[in-house]
Design a protein around this ligand. Sequence first.
Ligand code: PLP
Length: 399
Amino acid sequence: MQPYIIEKPHLTKNFSDKFLLIESGKGSYVYDKGGKEYLDFGSGIAVNSLGYGREDLAKAAYDQMKKLIHVSNLYTTGPTVELAERLVKTGDFTAVHFGNSGSEANEAALKYARLYGKNKKGPESVGFVSFSNGFHGRTMGSLSVTATEKYKAPFSPLLSDCVILPYNDPESLKTIKYPQNVAGIIVEVIQGEGGLVSLSKEMISALNSYCEKYDIILIADEVQTGVGRTGSFFASLEAGLHADIITLAKPLAGGLPLSATLIPAKVNDLLHPGDHGTTFGGGPVTSVVAMSVLDIIQAPGFLQDVQDKGLYLDNELNKSLKELGLRGEILGKGLLKGLKIPSIEPEKIGQLLNSCQDQGLLVLRSGQNVIRMAPPLTISEKELQKGVSILFKVIKEIL
Ligand SMILES: Cc1ncc(COP(=O)(O)O)c(C=O)c1O
């Protein structure tokens, strides 16, 4: 069966002019309008981490929608307060700013870092440092600290005072001329869009000591890695990064739009009513669903299971590489994995992803030539094996 493709819908051209029209989902699978089945090795893009068609999440949303959908931010609701309480307990945080997307979570983090810098170090402390191949979003602020030039060029000028240093090069921190003027450093511990490279131990310790020395707010962008994707609740804590602020989004509410910017007391103490805001962030419906997601992710054994499945996926990928006599590198952690095969040129990756789609497997790209896998955390070993077998059937055809 051919994929059900529609062309030129009335959607902005910044995505594509051709789309696979997906109609429903169940477990680790989605189905297009023509009924073709796809095993989803992408979970959207690392969003549907508990799979599709869940009665428990749907019921939580339905029950809350009947009771109360929205109040203005002049008031709050029980689920919002309860979710915030659960989230601050995951680390050294005092408060949460809820938003609706990863970009918004990072935008808030940058604003808070600047507020802290100006208050504690003076009016010049407004700069941001970020890293090559990093991706932090599409709003003006989050785009300013994103590395990819082609995303930025059409919309420049963006924020000034932003410096992009090479990822994993601790020496590069020494090139910052006025460290006292840096308000915040934003970093991903595994670069989700930028090739699945992990932050090295040396870079982690350099960032920890640099930020401590110059009183810089260290922001871990865990929009893609957070809430269990790598087998730990936070990839940054597990890696030893001493982030002041952590941002979360994609999987937080099981596919509904919700983001969280987790902040420490030293930042929260500087905020006054009206300093920042949002209409929809942290409404009761997304909050109850997020609590159902947390109930599952934080249940005993769940994250261990993600780690075990990550190792199983590594094994399957290694076995298949060996069978085809291919040299390849497996990147990432837990169920955020990258496969880089030097003999597949970047130009062939698009064709590879399309052929996988034709064969009933959805996979993603990261960077130029990394095949990215971020299946639902609830996927079975059998489904992992099936996905890897389709992927390597296509790789064999393409080489
Ligand atoms: C690490 C990271 N930060 C930020 C974002 C932006 O999130 P959103 O698209 O929800 O604005 C993404 C999205 O892919 C991401 O992967």
